[in-house]
Design a protein. Structure first.
Length: 485
């Protein structure tokens, strides 16, 4: 039972403390610090334990938010983590990285700032790790069935953990040198330190999940296996290969030196944060990031840490509103002007602009020619007379991803949808017998919370395929979409 007056006595949100900008841009460590227990209890006490908790509808995992809010209010962290883990394998990832659609759906958000659900989530799981409450949950018996998971991002990890707990023997195949997908080398250390991922992997290994890294399924290395090999050796295969093909810029000069896909910049920067040599260097340069989303913001924070002279982020869409427009009412997830931690650290943002040409000198990028853009009948039109040039010695393309690459499952083996994702039915099964698909490779570029939810749901489908029945939860269907307008 919630505190009946909590939301009246504490009307304000108290956010997680963050390190000062001038300090944090000197290193790669996480921006946020730990929340004080008293503040956390106060914030959890603002939850009204609604009769219809709309926060549940906002969360693809169906997290039992009012239950763990109440345990947190009472500082009962042992029960809080039990309730949190009941629906989410990796709350330390979502608690740090999720855009929190639960908060925009929170009933309190109708006339007050919503409950600080995300920071309560991360505080519960971080305390659980500190207190030794995250231990391997080994299955009671083994089914004798085997499953190959391809890709070790959040979808692959969630599917592997669920299937392992159901008694199946699971091997995760990953082409990178380390496990984690975008959590490892995409998302920067300052948003989530890799040690947070590593401590969870200790649990998965303890549960019997095996990881093979440096193995490209469909690759031509001496140790690589093909999808056909996996089908022969395992009873089922889960493709969780992510959405890895970047959308590229199609204007004159886009092939000049110094123009890179965002991941070509972020991957080495993530390795640098762990002690490797610097890859693409932004130091002293005017950096322009094309694309106004999460990936662009990660490039922004990284460029500041590299000591860029200036950083400008361009977005073709018009400036979003600061507050909910009437067309995006509660409890939908509104498209608002977002100030992420990276934006707090500086840089310029320009909305409603399109790149007309990449300018160069001696084969290297020296600037961009831009023009204002407007949408007419769903098509982009350049506004006459608005062309101008800006300097740039490094241009990063963060315009999204257009589906899985061809390596693991070429389109003639696993058919693609019109969105270039793997075709699959209502039970996550591709047309290839015994082959399932979960996460961004099936849904298209999305979020960690959806990847975990899909991994859990696909695991339930695979368990049913292998045994004829399942008790594993299936929080989402392949066709489910976020609660947006
Ligand atoms: C830079 C960036 C920042 C982001 N920030 C956020 C954020 O803050 N919050 C959020 O919610 N979401 C964020 N996202 C989106 C989120 O990371 C993805 O939605 C999520 O990681 C998808 O999980 P996944 O498991 O489907 O795929 P991925 O995490 O992409 O993992 C796929 C894995 O499959 C492996 N693989 C692919 N092909 C093969 C093969 N042939 N053989 C073996 N292995 C293979 C890849 O190496 C990779 O490790 C971000 C995305 C990017 C690019
Ligand atoms: S909608 Fe908000 S106030 Fe209501 S139960 Fe969920 S978190 Fe608590």
């Amino acid at each position: 039972m919630a505190d009946p007056k909590g939301f009246l006595t504490h009307r304000e949100r108290e956010n997680r403390p963050s390190r000062p900008v001038p300090v944090r841009i000197q290193d790669w460590k996480e921006v946020h610090g730990e929340q004080d227990t008293k503040v956390l209890q106060r914030q959890a006490g603002r939850c009204m334990d609604c009769g219809i908790p709309f926060c549940h509808t906002g969360c693809p995992l169906g997290n039992l938010i009012p239950e763990w809010n109440d345990h947190t209010r009472r500082a009962n962290f042992a029960d809080a983590i039990e309730r949190l883990h009941a629906t989410n394998n990796f709350p330390e990832f979502t608690g740090r990285l999720c855009p929190a659609p639960c908060e925009t759906a929170c009933v309190l958000g109708i006339n007050q700032p919503p409950v600080t659900i995300k920071q309560i989530e991360v505080s519960i799981i971080d305390r659980a790790f500190s207190n030794g409450r995250v231990t391997p949950q080994e299955p009671e018996w083994l089914s004798g069935r085997t499953v190959a998971v391809v890709g070790s991002g959040p979808a692959g990890l969630a599917a592997a953990q669920q299937l392992g707990r159901a008694g199946h023997t699971v091997v995760v195949h990953e082409r990178s040198d380390a496990v984690g997908g975008l959590l490892r080398y995409g998302i920067p250390e300052f948003k989530m330190e890799k040690s947070v991922l590593d401590r969870r992997l200790v649990q998965l290994r303890g549960e019997g999940i095996r990881f093979v890294t440096g193995m490209t399924v469909g690759g031509d290395g001496p140790d690589d296996l093909s999808l056909a090999d996996l089908r022969e050796r395992f009873d089922a295969v889960v493709l969780a290969t992510g959405s890895t093909v970047p959308r590229m810029l199609d204007v004159p000069g886009a092939d000049l030196d110094g123009v890179h896909a965002a991941m070509d910049y972020l991957v080495p920067a993530n390795r640098e944060a762990l002690g490797s040599e610097r890859g693409i260097d932004a130091e002293g340069k005017d950096v322009v990031i094309i694309g106004g989303g999460d990936t662009g913001a990660d490039c922004l924070g990284t460029a500041h840490r590299h000591g860029a002279r200036s950083v400008t982020q361009l977005e073709i869409l018009p400036t979003p509103p600061a507050d909910r427009p009437a067309s995006q009412p509660w409890p939908t997830y509104p498209m608002l002007y977002k100030v992420s931690e990276a934006h707090e650290e500086g840089g310029e943002r320009a909305y409603g602009v399109s790149t007309v040409e990449v300018l160069g000198q001696d084969g290297r990028v020296s600037g961009l020619r831009l023009a204002d853009a407007r949408f007419v009948d769903g098509r982009v039109e350049l506004v006459p007379g608005t062309e101008r040039e800006i300097p740039a010695q490094l241009v990063l393309l963060a315009m999204g991803f257009v589906g899985p690459d061809e390596t693991a499952a070429p389109a003639d083996v696993v058919p693609r949808t019109t969105r270039n994702t793997y075709e699959r039915d209502a039970s996550f099964a591709t047309p290839l017998e015994g082959v399932f698909a979960a996460g961004d490779c099936g849904r298209g570029q999305s979020l960690i919370v959806w990847a975990i939810a899909e991994g859990r749901a696909a695991a339930a489908a695979v368990d049913r395929y292998l045994t004829g029945t399942t008790t594993l939860p299936a929080p989402v269907r392949p066709t489910d979409r976020p609660l947006t307008v």
